[in-house]
Design a protein around this ligand. Sequence first.
Ligand code: SF4
Length: 385
Amino acid sequence: MADSAPAFFETLEMLTLSITEDPMADGFAAPLEFTAAIEAETAQVWDKVKHHVTPMEWRAQAPLISAINRLKREKNAAILAHNYMTPDIFHGVGDFVGDSLALAKEAAKSDAKIIIQAGVHFMAETSKVLSPEKKILIPDLKAGCSLASSITGADVRLIKERHPGIPVVTYVNTTADVKAETDICCTSANAVQVVEWAAKEWGVDKVILIPDEYLARNVARQTDVKIIAWAGHCEVHKRFTASDIADMRAAWPGAEVLAHPECPAEILEAADFAGSTAAMNDYVAARKPAQVVLITECSMASNVQAESPATQFIGPCNMCPHMKRITLQNIYDALVYEQYEVTVDADILDRARLAVQRMIDLPPPAVPARYDLVKARHHVDVELI
Ligand code: SF4
């Protein structure tokens, strides 16, 4: 007995240590410490985020970034970080960064077994559609989207009944259920090209472009194809008004205004450039304007700024509440607990993949994502369902 006592206490001590350090044991993770080693390891990330993160916040974020990057290596996981993620996520833990389709394509090419979608639910579904064999996780199941939730697969079936023989083009910002009812998907970068391809392929002069009304109206001004639209909206881009732009121009007369085509047409009419998030990024990198206003979700400006330090980015800051549900903490939890897995019904998955793949197989547009502003200022009506 006398000999066994030290061994018992040694075991107890080891057990106590493992309980303290194992975040799964009691449901609460031990606080991660900001050590000199972690400070050195994350120094390059700090350099990119220091204009948006205070030193006090960084002391909490850097240990999480370090822990997430370690867990990714241990579990063969990759993180897809959308352009609208906060800079700590975008620069700190994202293995692939970009718009939703670019991310889904990267997920399909990656040999990672686990994919964490730092974005919203429809994006995780798109990743699953293109990578059915991988485990796709989303850190918060409530990360939805006002645009994606504006329409269902049943709605699309009714639309097709009302408009037989008219091709259905669906924006990628939709659920897999909606994509499964679709002839071909599009992004804001290739919507004009896809609409024109569908009209030609079906031999018609009219195309159904759903669910974003504003994208549909902006596309209608770029093409001779007539557009049937759905009254869905992105709650972030919908909030911008032409008077916001007028106010900004009055306050910063030299600033260049770049708008996303999910905005109302009056915004594109007032902008200096219109295009997808990738196109905005390219514009700033290539032209290096002294001052720029990005009319889109506000984290985009923070993320682009790291690559274009000479440019001054001016608000406004309209945040997407769904994107902002994703945090370093719940990405860490997603990796530790392998939660929350996103699955798609096999039948829906195969049909949705056809619609996405059809778009991927089209040649890339000659001038990616740029909307012609002369045409954008010319009013064209659309038929609203
Ligand atoms: S920014 Fe708009 S389209 Fe994107 S997830 Fe948020 S609500 Fe949806």
